[in-house]
Design a protein around this ligand. Structure first.
Ligand code: HEC
Length: 132
């Protein structure tokens, strides 16, 4: 009996500790892999970053390769894959689900800000292709 009481005590104690650890907005954004709220995305920089980190699989200008799908594709239009899904893809990778290229591994060395530039670039290429 005492053991159970002690366990409940420990459990509520740790839950209270967790509850007190309220992260501030900046920590949340880092965890979610999001840039700061005053961030301004630059598609020109995104162009360079995309070709350095993503084009190996997603192809020159995002048209796809035999390693990965095109991102300039209606499946990835903003209404179907919001910017957040891009940030999460970079941070956590992607389990194969839409295509048959296998999983996307997490991409290390791309900051939330750099991902923001890349997204601006992909969105610009999508708009050029009439995908919106
Ligand atoms: C090693 C190959 C590879 C690299 C490098 C790569 N990807 Fe991917 N990516 C994939 C594959 C494969 C998929 C498709 C998974 C599926 O849906 O079947 C994918 C899917 C995605 C998706 C869709 C996510 C979803 O929720 O369905 C996004 C967004 C994406 N990639 C963005 C990027 C960005 C941005 C970069 C560069 C920073 C990048 N990828 C680099 C292989 C890659």
């Amino acid at each position: 009996m005492m053991k159970i009481v002690f366990f409940v005590f420990l459990l509520t104690g740790s839950l209270m500790l967790l509850g007190c650890d309220v992260p501030d907005a900046e920590q949340v954004q880092q965890r979610q892999h999001l840039p700061d709220s005053d961030f301004v995305a630059d598609p020109q920089r995104g162009d360079v970053l995309f070709h350095a980190h993503c084009a190996l699989c997603h192809g020159d200008k995002g048209v796809g390769t035999d390693q990965g799908p095109p991102l300039v594709h209606p499946v990835y239009r903003p209404g179907h894959h919001a910017d957040l899904t891009f940030h999460w893809a970079v941070k956590d990778g992607v389990k194969q689900h839409h295509w048959h290229f296998g999983d996307m591994p997490p991409v290390s060395g791309v900051s939330p800000q750099q991902a923001g530039h890349i997204i601006a670039y992909v969105r610009r290429e999508q708009r050029k292709a009439g995908i919106r």
